[in-house]
Write a new protein. Sequence first.
Length: 185
Amino acid sequence: MLQGLSTFFWNDGSQGIDTGTLIVLATVCWIVGLTAVFRGIEDRAPRYTAIAYPLAMYGCVGGATFGVQGMLEELFRSDHTEAVRLIGEHPSAAYLAFWFAGSLFPLSVFALGAVLTRVRAVPAAVGVLICAGALAFPLSRIPREPLVAHLADLLLLVPFAYLAVRLARNRPDRVLRATAGAQLR
């Protein structure tokens, strides 16, 4: 929800301090929520979880990095284009902190949606919404189109709200095991 709220604070394609702060706070929520989801499928997809969980966390850190970038742009009165040019002068840092890490978030969410569906931990519609939201996410953030961002955020909010309700109502270790089904090793 904080992620979706953050896009309402964009100012002419710039994130700024308010948006950046909301992104950092949203990242904490993503880390907690994704940790619970990965723990819930660990016994049904142990190899996937062992590889995908750290990558998803790295993707979350990449998201926080973009939030901090937005804060610094406003703080130092730099526009986004100039900030991207300046970070480009440090290609290793840019790649590791922004481009690779940032790309991992939607990629890991897409893979998670597919695996949740594959192991029948969620109804197919929920998995499809997760995948659709993951695909829409970079399409909204790169060009910073508010309408597309609101749609992408909604596509992610609905299925993850479903998972949050399931987690809140049940024991976390049983939530995503409710449907008997396939295992992915």
